[in-house]
Design a protein around this ligand. Structure first.
Ligand code: CMC
Length: 435
């Protein structure tokens, strides 16, 4: 826990009672008032829908400064990791707190490769889903089902078991993701191959068919690896907080990650990359960009420009800045820049950048705007976009879940509420109701 370095005093103007609350100062960022004694001292709860001002935990994993557009994993700027590292090394960094030595990396990579297969009986789970199931629906179910197959890594109080669960989840997620897709297309499942690296393996399991050799394209492998790095963690977002909250009841890690995947699915969170491309397709078909921009500004219309805006980044999303460059490079190299969808994406970005509504509200394209464009250019189907986000974020979720169990201050998550319902009233028999 960070050091208590100063206090604030809260005075109840009605009763005159007061309480001195400690202020915790972290390494960077906003200090946090510790309100744990507030209820006992003054009888109040704090009210903060959407947790706009609430630090739900202390964490040493990821630092974000939304005003300056800073994102760091374990202190390392995302720009440096994106340029010099690879996804699996970033996984080690997030999970263990330090960059691995060559020996440590070799051992880690070997462990991940050893755990990439699924228990053979798990194949049957896929067959239980409708043929046209969304791969996210399949993934939520199959990841939850891992708890039935790997009970030897389910004890939350045993560090070795926790790390084994983390290795298993990082390793099996590409297999589950690729098989969820293969099942939805009716193609045969492709098993992982240990001579390939993590990202190549995933691409092969997605795209290879038994009848032909498959060589992952180095350009696509590099772009996908970058997308995985950029999505690996993002501190206490909705899905990570869901994993922490679910895990706080001592639920097993597979159940907690399954809950995280469910939370990620929504279009306001990880589902935005899929929603952004669907929106771009619709705009391209209609040909009327301005109509959609006007709809997004209309307060009587629930429509929003998907892939724009962020709860934390009120300047440019640093991940978007990195991926935007890759997006342009990739589109140039594969000669896709002039396709109607990408033209719409670039024109929309341009219109929004000059529109006062978006400028005043600091609404810029976020990482999912460009990741959707890249994935689409790579031939990855829309339904897999959020699945790939979940695959990438698994290490972040597991790092937070593990950190929670190593923090002596962790308790079961149990928010309070401001009750605004009926006062006590007596039961009315059915025949007397509505009179
Ligand atoms: N299009 C149009 N207007 C918007 C948009 C948008 N995409 N995003 C925010 N606004 C407006 C909003 O209507 C509000 O206007 P006003 O002040 O006049 O009421 C103002 O901007 C602030 O919005 P907010 O909803 O209070 O901001 P928030 O922090 O609660 O929401 C957000 C953040 C990401 C949910 C929202 O910007 C959004 O819905 N964006 C589209 C979905 C999206 O791209 N999500 C992916 C986020 S990045 C991936 C991840 O980390 O999960």
């Amino acid at each position: 826990m960070p050091q208590k370095q100063r206090t604030v005093t809260l005075i109840d103007n009605e009763t005159g009672k007061q309480v001195e609350l400690p202020v915790h100062v972290g390494t960077h960022g906003h200090p946090a008032i510790d309100v744990r004694s507030l209820n006992k001292a003054l009888g109040y709860y704090t009210y903060d829908p959407g947790y706009m001002s609430t630090a739900s935990c202390s964490s040493a994993i990821t630092y974000i400064d939304g005003k300056k557009g800073i994102l760091r994993y374990r202190g390392y700027p995302i720009e440096q990791l994106a340029e010099k590292s690879n996804y699996l090394e970033v996984c080690y960094l997030l999970l263990y707190g330090e960059l691995p030595t060559p020996d440590e990396f070799e051992t880690f990579e070997k462990s991940i490769k050893e755990h990439s297969m699924l228990h053979e009986a798990m194949r049957g789970f896929f067959g239980g889903f409708r043929h046209d199931a969304h791969p996210m629906a399949t993934m939520v179910g199959v990841v939850g089902a891992l708890s039935a197959f790997y009970p030897d890594s389910s004890s939350v109080h045993n560090r070795e078991q926790r790390l084994l669960a983390a290795h298993r989840l990082i390793a099996k997620m590409p297999t589950i993701a690729a098989w969820s897709y293969k099942y939805s297309t009716g193609f045969r499942f492709i098993y992982p191959r240990n001579h390939l690296d993590y990202t190549e393996n995933f691409l092969r399991m997605m795209f290879a068919v038994p009848t032909e050799e498959y060589e992952p394209d180095p350009l696509f492998t590099k772009a996908l690896d970058l997308i995985l790095i950029l999505h690996a963690d993002h501190e206490q977002n909705a899905s990570t907080s869901t994993v922490r909250l679910t895990g706080s009841s001592e639920a097993n890690p597979f159940a907690a990650i399954s809950a995280g995947i469910a939370s990620l699915w929504g279009p306001a969170h990880g589902g935005a990359n899929e929603a952004a491309i669907r929106m771009l397709q619709e705009i391209t078909e209609s040909g009327d960009l301005q109509k959609y921009v006007d709809r997004a500004k209309d307060k009587n219309d629930r429509f929003r420009l998907m892939g724009f805006g962020h709860r934390i980044y009120k300047s440019y999303d640093p991940r978007a800045a990195i991926i935007r460059k890759t997006c342009h490079e990739l589109l140039d190299k594969i000669d896709s820049r002039n396709t109607p969808l990408f033209e719409t994406a670039l024109r929309l970005e341009d219109i929004v950048a000059k529109d006062d509504y978006f400028i005043e509200r600091n609404l810029y394209p976020n990482v999912d705007y460009y990741s959707g464009i890249i994935l689409s250019a790579m031939g990855i189907p829309l339904s897999m976009f959020t699945v790939i986000f979940a695959l990438a974020r698994t290490v972040g979720w597991m790092s937070h879940w593990n950190e929670m169990w190593e923090d002596p201050e962790s308790r079961i998550g149990r928010p309070r509420q401001l009750y605004i319902g009926e006062k006590k009233r007596d039961y009315v028999p059915p025949e007397e109701r509505g009179a």
